[in-house]
Design a protein around this ligand. Structure first.
Ligand SMILES: Cc1cc2nc3c(=O)[nH]c(=O)nc-3n(C[C@H](O)[C@H](O)[C@H](O)COP(=O)(O)OP(=O)(O)OC[C@H]3O[C@@H](n4cnc5c(N)ncnc54)[C@H](O)[C@@H]3O)c2cc1C
Length: 280
C-alpha cells in the first residue's frame, strides 16, 4: 500500500473542494486493508468522491482509497465478482461487452462499485442491489467476510453497511442476458440534458421524500439559482449544487441550510441530505 502524508484531497471529491488530509492510504492488495485499519481511528473510505463533500482546511483524518482494487472475475452463469475500486461507468461497458442485462438504468452514474453498493445507488426505478447476490466486507470486528443479499437490510439510498460502518471490498452480481443499448442511450441523453455536467457537483444533494421530488420542492420554495460565494443551486437541476470554481466548503453548507429552511417553510417537509459530508 502507499501512504501519502499531508495529501491534498480536492481532487478526491467531484465538488473539487477539500483540504489537506493527515494521510491518504491507497490499498493495492485486498488484505492490506486490515493492516491499514490496525491502530488507526478517524478513517474515511473514499471511492470516486462523486457523492462526498470534503471539508477544507486541515483534516485530522486518514482517507483510504480502494481505487487500485479493480479486479473482475467471471463465475459462470452470468455471475460476476467485481472489486470495489472498479469504476461503475467501465462496469457498464463491461456489461455491454458481455451482453449482460439488469443495470442499464444506472448508466452514467460516475461512482465506484464500492460507493454504489454502500449508497445502494440507483436511478429510474432500478437500484444496484437489484442485481447483487452477495457482498464481501470488512465488518465492525475488522474481519473480512461475505454477506448474502437476503441477510442484508437495505432501503432507498440506505444500507446496513452504513450503520455498521462496514467497508465493501467486492460484490457478486447476477445478470440476465441481453444488454439494452437503446435504453442506455436514452438514459445518457436524459442525463446530458438535465444534469449540469460542465461544473463540479455531487449529483442529487437531497434524497427524494416518499412519493415526492426534492427538485420540485426546491423550485416551489423559490431557491433555485440561489448563490453563496462560488456555490449555486443549479439552474439546470435544482437538486444539484454546483461549484463555479471558487466555492468553499462553508458556501455549500450554507446553501444546504437555506434550501432546507425554505423548503420546510413552504411545504413543511424536511429534506435529508443524500450527499455524504466529511467534517474535520
Ligand atoms: C453527475 C452525477 C450524477 C449522479 N447520479 C446518481 C444517480 O443517478 N443515482 C445515484 O444513486 N447516485 C448518483 N450520483 C451520486 C454518486 O455517483 C453515487 O452515490 C455513487 O454511488 C458514489 O460512489 P463513489 O465511489 O463516488 O462514492 P464516494 O462519493 O467516494 O463515497 C460515498 C460514500 O460511500 C462510502 N464508500 C465508498 N466506497 C466504499 C467502500 N468500498 N466501502 C464502504 N464505503 C464506501 C464513502 O465512505 C461515502 O460515505 C451522481 C453523482 C454525480 C456527480
Amino acid at each position: 500500500m502507499k501512504i501519502l502524508e499531508y495529501h491534498h484531497m480536492k481532487e478526491y471529491s467531484n465538488m473539487k473542494i477539500g483540504g489537506i488530509a493527515k494521510e491518504l492510504i491507497i490499498i493495492e492488495k485486498k488484505n492490506e486493508i486490515l493492516e491499514a485499519l490496525k491502530e488507526r481511528e478517524n478513517v474515511f473510505l473514499i471511492g470516486n468522491g462523486t457523492n462526498t463533500l470534503i471539508s477544507d482546511g486541515e483534516l485530522d483524518k486518514t482517507f483510504i482509497s480502494l481505487k487500485e482494487l479493480k479486479g473482475i472475475k467471471e463465475l459462470g452463469n452470468n455471475i460476476v465478482e467485481v472489486e470495489a475500486g472498479f469504476d461503475f461507468k467501465e462496469f457498464i461497458e463491461y456489461m455491454a461487452e458481455k451482453d449482460y442485462s439488469g443495470l442499464e438504468n444506472l448508466a452514467g452514474i460516475p461512482g465506484s462499485v464500492g460507493g454504489l453498493v454502500y449508497m445502494n445507488g440507483g436511478a429510474y426505478g432500478t437500484e444496484v442491489f437489484d442485481c447483487i447476490k452477495e457482498i464481501e466486507v470488512v465488518d465492525e470486528n475488522k474481519e473480512i467476510r461475505r454477506v448474502r443479499k437476503e441477510d442484508l437490510h437495505f432501503t432507498y439510498r440506505k444500507t446496513e453497511i452504513q450503520d455498521r460502518k462496514w467497508i465493501v471490498l467486492s460484490a457478486v452480481f447476477e445478470f440476465g442476458k441481453g444488454f439494452d443499448s437503446n435504453k442506455v442511450e436514452e438514459i445518457m441523453s436524459k442525463r446530458n440534458e438535465r444534469h449540469p455536467l460542465n461544473l463540479p457537483n455531487l449529483g442529487s444533494t437531497f434524497k427524494n421524500p416518499d412519493g415526492l421530488f426534492s427538485a420540485k420542492l426546491i423550485i416551489e420554495a423559490g431557491v433555485q439559482g440561489k448563490k453563496i460565494g462560488g456555490a449555486q443551486v443549479s439552474m439546470m437541476h435544482p437538486n444539484f449544487i454546483v461549484n463555479h470554481g471558487n466555492a468553499k466548503f462553508d458556501d455549500i453548507l450554507g446553501l444546504i441550510e437555506i434550501v432546507k429552511e425554505r423548503v420546510k417553510k413552504k411545504s413543511g417537509i424536511e429534506l435529508e441530505e443524500e450527499i455524504i459530508i466529511v467534517r474535520n
